[in-house]
Design a protein around this ligand. Structure first.
Ligand SMILES: CSC[C@@H](O)[C@@H](O)C(=O)COP(=O)(O)O
Ligand SMILES: [Zn+2]
Length: 223
């Protein structure tokens, strides 16, 4: 069940989550962006402003945007995250999505670099218990897509929307962006953050055990 929040609650949750992830070293140097759906106006989300240190955000560092288009709803305010189009792509294609979390966790980002160098468009994880944290129908194996880190972020958003539309439900609620970082989503901010933690743990374990994910055998992109 998704919980669309009032603005003050959403802002406090975003700031707290950003602080936590910053302290872990997942949001260094202004990296990362977080958003949560608002109860009103309809179709609105609150997202972190662009270019702020994510370790010390306040309510003034949050921007209301249209969750479907990503357009700011309050002209004159600070610019929303440069990656708002990726958040909007998730909101408009995943029913019940209440929050999106993007960070640069070190192991997930390392896997995103290795995958891109290997020219993979997905990485496969098998057997690890933590897959169960991603709420997939078959927790024995998952394929996580790796998107090209286009300079024009709107193209990443289009790619993500096309992937989510084509692959529908049952796919893991996480993705990697080549040479860049990781994104997760869920019905609430806490669930989205937990899922990002699961992806980071998967990547860390795979690198620690020398089992850097095998090339996916599952079709990951639309035909
Ligand atoms: C350290 S620069 C990172 C940015 O380019 C981007 O990838 C990022 O995660 C934060 O962008 P932002 O516009 O602050 O939301
Ligand atoms: Zn980023």
């Amino acid at each position: 069940m998704n919980q669309h929040l009032d603005r003050a609650t959403a802002a406090a949750g975003l700031a707290q989550t950003a602080r936590d992830l910053y302290r872990r070293g997942w949001m260094d140097g202004t990296a990362g962006n977080l958003s949560a759906r608002l109860a009103e106006p309809a179709h609105a989300a609150l997202i972190t402003a662009s270019g702020r240190s994510k370790g010390s955000l306040t309510a003034q560092d949050m921007v209301a945007v249209d969750a479907v288009t990503g357009q700011p709803l309050e002209p004159g305010g600070p610019p929303p995250s440069a990656e708002t189009s990726i958040h909007a792509a998730v909101y408009r294609t995943v029913p019940g999505c209440g929050a999106v979390v993007h960070a640069h966790p070190p192991h997930a980002t390392a896997v995103a670099v290795l995958a891109a160098r290997d020219d993979r468009d997905a990485v496969r994880f098998t057997d690890l218990e933590v897959i169960k944290g991603l709420a997939v129908p078959d927790p024995t194996a998952i394929s996580v897509p790796v998107f090209t880190n286009w300079l024009d972020v709107r193209v990443i958003g289009s790619d993500v929307a096309a992937y989510l539309t084509t692959n529908g439900s049952g796919i893991p609620p996480v993705l990697l962006i080549a040479f860049h970082g990781a994104t997760a989503w869920g019905p609430t901010l806490d669930v989205a953050r937990n899922r990002l933690e699961c992806l980071e743990a998967l990547c860390q374990l795979s690198l620690l055990t020398g089992q850097y994910p095998a090339r996916t055998e599952m079709p990951i992109r639309g035909a």
